[in-house]
Design a protein around this ligand. Structure first.
Ligand SMILES: [Fe+2]
Length: 244
C-alpha cells in the first residue's frame, strides 16, 4: 500500500497489487476506465492487436472531502485522480487517449506517484493537423503542470511503475476527443526502442514543430494539490474558469 496523503492532501493510498485507490476515511467514486481496446484509436500502429478488455487506466472523477463539496461546486471545479498502469501500445509507451478543451479552459495536473510525461500541443486555428507548438514535460511527485488554454494534451507513462496523478479542472465543459482520435494521437509518439525512448513524428499531421519544448506555465497553487486547491479556491477558479 502506498500512502498518498502527504502528496495529495487526501486520506488515500494506492493498492499496488490491484492499481486501485483506497481510503478508510473517504468514500471514493467508482472509477471509469479506458481499456487497451479504447486506446487503439490513438495508437500509431493502425493494425495493432491488443487484449481489448485489459484496463490501461482508471479515472476517479469528482473526488472531494464531504465538507468541501459545496465549495467546489460553487466554484465550478472538479478534482479527479487517474491511476495509470505501466503498459505498451505496440511499441509506444502507455498514454492517455488525449483531448482538447473547448475555448480557453486550462487544467492543472499534479503527480502523486510515479513519473508523468505531459504533452501539450497547439494547432493552427484553421487546421488541427498543423501543429505549431509541441511540449513534453517530465513531472515527478509533488510537481504540478498546467495544460495551457487552446492546447490538446495527453499523458505518457514510460516508467515501470504505476503513475498516479490528480487534476483540478473546470466542470463547465466536455473534453473534445475527436481531433486526437482522427489524428491517431499527438504530433509525436514516444516509442520504445533498443536505444531507449525516441520521439517519432506522427505522419498523420501536415506540419509539426521540429523542436520539442518544455511547458513551464506556473499554476496558481502548489503541492499538495488538493489542500492547496481548497485553500486558494477563488484564485484557482479564476484560473480554471477564465471566462467567468
Ligand atoms: Fe484535459
Amino acid at each position: 500500500m502506498i500512502d498518498l496523503e502527504n502528496v495529495s492532501g487526501l486520506p488515500i493510498s494506492l493498492d499496488e497489487r490491484t492499481n486501485s485507490l483506497v481510503s478508510k476515511k473517504l468514500e471514493l467514486p467508482q472509477p471509469s476506465v479506458r481499456t487497451l481496446g479504447d486506446l487503439t484509436k490513438v495508437a500509431r500502429n493502425r493494425e495493432l492487436k491488443v487484449d481489448a478488455g485489459e484496463i490501461a487506466y482508471w479515472m476517479y472523477r469528482d473526488i472531494a472531502l464531504p465538507q468541501h463539496r459545496p465549495l467546489i461546486a460553487k466554484y465550478s471545479l472538479r478534482f479527479d485522480i487517474t491511476v495509470m498502469k505501466n503498459f505498451l501500445l505496440g511499441d509506444e509507451y502507455g498514454k492517455t487517449s488525449g483531448h482538447y478543451h473547448p475555448n480557453f479552459y486550462p487544467e492543472i495536473y499534479g503527480v502523486l506517484y510515479g513519473k508523468a510525461i505531459y504533452i501539450s500541443q497547439k494547432s493552427s486555428e484553421n487546421d488541427p493537423l498543423k501543429v505549431e507548438v509541441f511540449t513534453a514535460t517530465e513531472v515527478e511527485p509533488y510537481g504540478l503542470w498546467v495544460s495551457p488554454p487552446m492546447h490538446g494534451h495527453t499523458t505518457i507513462n514510460k516508467e515501470p511503475q504505476t503513475l498516479v496523478m490528480a487534476n483540478w479542472v473546470s466542470n463547465k465543459f466536455q473534453s473534445l476527443y475527436g481531433p486526437m482520435e482522427s489524428a491517431r494521437g499527438a504530433a509525436y509518439h514516444l516509442v520504445k526502442t533498443e536505444k531507449g525512448p525516441r520521439w517519432i513524428p506522427n505522419p498523420t499531421y501536415k506540419s509539426i514543430p521540429k523542436k520539442i519544448t518544455k511547458n513551464k506555465l506556473t499554476p496558481p497553487i502548489n503541492s499538495p494539490i488538493y489542500t492547496q486547491g481548497i485553500q486558494k479556491i477563488e484564485k484557482l477558479s479564476q484560473f480554471l474558469n477564465p471566462q467567468t
